[in-house]
Design a protein around this ligand. Structure first.
Ligand SMILES: [Zn+2]
Length: 363
């Protein structure tokens, strides 16, 4: 009898604990962006026309062998296996326009700085954010907002491949450290991997002037997380956009695949660490879409490119109910990402009413 009572007590404790867990907002948040990654490839995999176009692909046979399948559900899994296994099973994906599930930029610029401002500040600011120039963002980002809260102060960090991020995040004013562009790791105690990354970053020429290869951004971020255990991390991968501008569809696809694997590595690390396991949410999105018609416009984006405002949002982790790919009609906006990230931590981010509302992820 006594033993039964203990069992019941333990069971009640366990169940109430589970119920509390389901409602507990996340304790850590990781925001991730893939620059200019089209919803078309995220939801349907490699494009049937582009993958065989010799103008955009060096090795058509090799690329098709790696990423092609007649069924789009299998094709997308070949391109982004983590998205379509773990994320689709345990998380949520918005933006498949085949189901009229739409996500759009609310800014009218459809290029990077305005997109990142909208993602991070929670509202479009077409009057002030209308170029990719290196000027400090007048708007407070959700990273800066969190860095002002006692619980998160000094526990916010950002990593980006593009060298404009220190300005978008306004590193100077926000106090959020931003390792972006070709900046090396500069903390006092560098890990052996960071020392090596610093060496390689100088030795390996980037194809671009202001953007480094994403492997550097990824590993700098991961090393920092292992060392300092920040509560709020932003990782901004950049290759997809630059390879697309270069008209390299093969490199664009390979980069999409690799970024998917980077995100997998972040998620697996998170779930292996007691401070993060089941207490961390990851939100993933993109700054803008790209064109489709005429075909060559897959390379471009901006106000004049039809469809370049079409984006997608995904999430997984604490506070995120497993809904998988959302197949119902709906309309979401880029300006909801910042409030969503804050909301997952149990905080309200409104920008005096200017910010988009948080997505309902736990419903
Ligand atoms: Zn671009």
């Amino acid at each position: 009898m006594k033993r039964n009572r203990i069992v019941v007590a333990v069971l009640i404790f366990f169940l109430s604990d589970l119920a509390a867990f389901a409602q507990t907002p996340a304790e850590n948040i990781i925001l991730i962006t893939l620059d200019g990654m089209r919803w078309q490839e995220v939801f349907t995999g490699a494009d049937s026309a582009l993958i065989k176009n010799k103008e955009y692909v060096d090795d058509v046979v090799g690329l098709r062998a790696r990423f092609w399948h007649d069924q789009s559900e299998i094709r997308r899994e070949k391109l982004m296996p983590f998205f379509w296994s773990t994320l689709a099973k345990e998380g949520v994906l918005f933006g498949n326009r085949t189901y009229d599930n739409n996500v759009n930029c609310s800014n009218n610029m459809w290029f990077s700085y305005p997109g990142y401002n909208e993602i991070l500040s929670g509202f479009a600011d077409d009057q002030r954010i209308k170029s990719n120039d290196k000027f400090n963002n007048p708007n407070e980002t959700v990273l800066e907002f969190l860095n002002k809260q006692a619980k998160y102060k000094g526990k916010v960090a950002a990593f980006g491949s593009w060298d404009v991020f220190p300005f978008i995040i306004n590193e100077e004013r926000s106090g959020v450290p931003v390792n972006a562009g070709f900046k090396p790791a500069t903390q006092t105690r560098l890990s052996p991997r960071e020392v090596f990354l610093n060496e390689l970053q100088v030795e390996i020429p980037s194809p671009w002037g202001g953007v480094r290869l994403d492997a550097f951004t990824h590993h700098y971020a991961l090393e920092y997380m292992k060392k300092y255990k920040p509560k709020v991390v932003y990782i901004a991968y950049g290759e997809t956009d630059d390879f697309a501008h270069n008209g390299k569809y093969d490199a664009y696809l390979k980069s999409a695949y690799q970024t998917d694997q980077f995100i997998k590595a972040v998620w697996e690390w998170v779930q292996s660490e007691p401070q993060y396991r089941n207490k961390t949410a990851i939100v993933i999105t993109t700054d803008h879409g790209r064109g489709t018609i005429p075909a060559d416009e897959w390379r471009s984006h901006g106000t004049k490119i039809k469809g370049a405002d079409q984006i997608w949002i995904a999430a997984i982790g604490a506070g995120v109910k497993a809904q998988g790919e959302v197949k119902v009609a709906g309309q979401l906006y880029q300006n909801q990402v910042a409030a969503t990230a804050a909301g997952l931590l149990g905080l309200t981010f409104t920008q005096d009413g200017k910010a988009g509302k948080p997505l309902e992820l736990s419903k």
